[in-house]
Ligand binder design. Structure first.
Ligand SMILES: *Cc1c(COP(=O)(O)O)cnc(C)c1O
Length: 363
């Protein structure tokens, strides 16, 4: 069914959050604590396609206890942000890339495709409905969470025949609450993704599997967990929800390659392009934990940073594992980290020219 055939109906909100309560919640929203008033919902039924698109009040979704997602976790999501730009307008960053990745995740999880235009239209409706929910804090934005799940009540093991696609929004400040100049990471003994598994799909199950290792990292006083490859337990893959970059004294940069076990980050892809345009020698290459330790010790490695929509670009200052730990660089953001971050954030906020067509403005 072509996306053009779908019109969104508006369900008026019976009791929107009063302005003073909303503004109070926007002062220091943190990450993922505050939710806006609205949600977008679209249903899918096998044989009928996508139908019944609504923009309405954010509210609970009644579910039969046999709803298939509750048992077999057929679920995918996206994470993206709407930015208040320097000129007062609102912009999305590479929403087509989110739509494409959403469909790639849907493929892996045996779920239906959603037309890219419909995905983007849904996100735009969401932002439009909640445009009073942008936090005023420095670095703040409206985090958008499009997701899809199997909504059919059925206990047999097969792909569901009914799904819901929903978009919700959460005004956010900084991801790492410490606001520390550099984060500390813990090398987990657990695996996140195996060859042939679901590591490249943005699906809830990958996160469920990361909660114990992440809890371990927190308990040991670190900010994030690092996963090594599941086969040789040697190659650096990524953090629980962020990709990694390493920059060396000879000016070269590497980031682990996408081989199906790493989530293809849009921030990762954007930074590769920006670095390349700056004439930097950036390579997608496997990097081992032993090499990392050696390079940090010898000073060959000068900077390391993690990146993702939520945390943007965050320097990694310390790495700790069962065999001990090591520091990287000065423990704060290095020059390259700061430069790439500034450029990316500048494009997102409209203070640096968007020469790639990455920014979609909402009117
Ligand atoms: C979403 C995600 C990322 C970052 O992707 P972005 O598109 O840059 O936000 C990295 N790793 C994992 C596991 C993720 O789920």
């Amino acid at each position: 069914m072509p996306a053009a055939a779908i019109t969104f109906s508006n369900i008026p909100h019976p009791a929107p959050t009063p302005a003073d309560a909303r503004e109070a919640s926007l002062v220091d929203p943190g990450f993922g604590n505050v939710f806006s008033d609205h949600m977008v919902m679209i249903d899918y039924t096998e044989g009928k396609g996508w139908h019944d698109a609504t923009v309405g009040p954010r509210q609970p979704i009644p579910m039969d206890p046999a709803t298939s997602v509750l048992h077999y976790a057929q679920e995918i999501f996206e994470g993206m942000k709407a930015y208040r730009q320097a000129d007062g307008g609102i912009a999305l960053f590479r929403p087509e890339a989110n739509a494409r990745r959403f469909n790639a995740s849907a493929d892996r999880m045996a779920m239906p495709q959603i037309p890219e235009e419909l995905f983007i239209e849904a996100v735009k409706h969401q932002v439009e409905a909640d445009k009073d929910w942008f936090p005023a804090v420095e670095g703040g934005s409206l985090y958008l969470r499009p997701f899809m799940f199997a909504s059919e009540a059925f206990l047999g093991v097969r792909p569901a025949k009914q799904y819901k696609f929903i978009v919700i929004a959460s005004p956010v400040g900084n991801y790492f609450k410490s606001g520390a100049p550099a984060v500390s990471i813990w090398i987990s003994d657990y695996s996140r993704a195996a060859p042939g598994g679901t590591g490249a799909a943005k699906t809830g199950g990958n996160y469920a599997a990361s909660l114990v290792p992440t809890g371990e990292a927190f308990a040991k006083g670190h900010d994030q967990v690092l996963f090594l490859d599941a086969v040789e337990r040697k190659w650096v893959e990524e953090l629980g929800g962020m990709n990694l970059f390493f920059s060396f004294e000879d000016g070269s940069i590497i980031t682990p390659p996408l081989k199906g076990t790493i989530l293809p980050g849009i921030t990762r892809d954007s930074l590769i392009q920006l670095a390349r345009e700056d004439g930097l020698n950036i390579r997608e290459e496997m990097y081992s934990i032993d090499q990392w330790r050696d390079d940090a010790g010898s000073g060959k490695l000068v900077e390391c940073f993690a990146c993702g929509t939520a945390a943007v670009v965050t320097p990694v200052g310390h790495v700790e594992g069962p065999d001990g730990g090591f520091d990287i660089g000065s423990g704060g953001p290095g020059q390259l980290t700061a430069k790439l971050r500034e450029k990316l954030v500048g494009i997102q906020r409209g203070t640096v020219a968007d020469t790639h067509g990455w920014v979609t403005k909402l009117d």
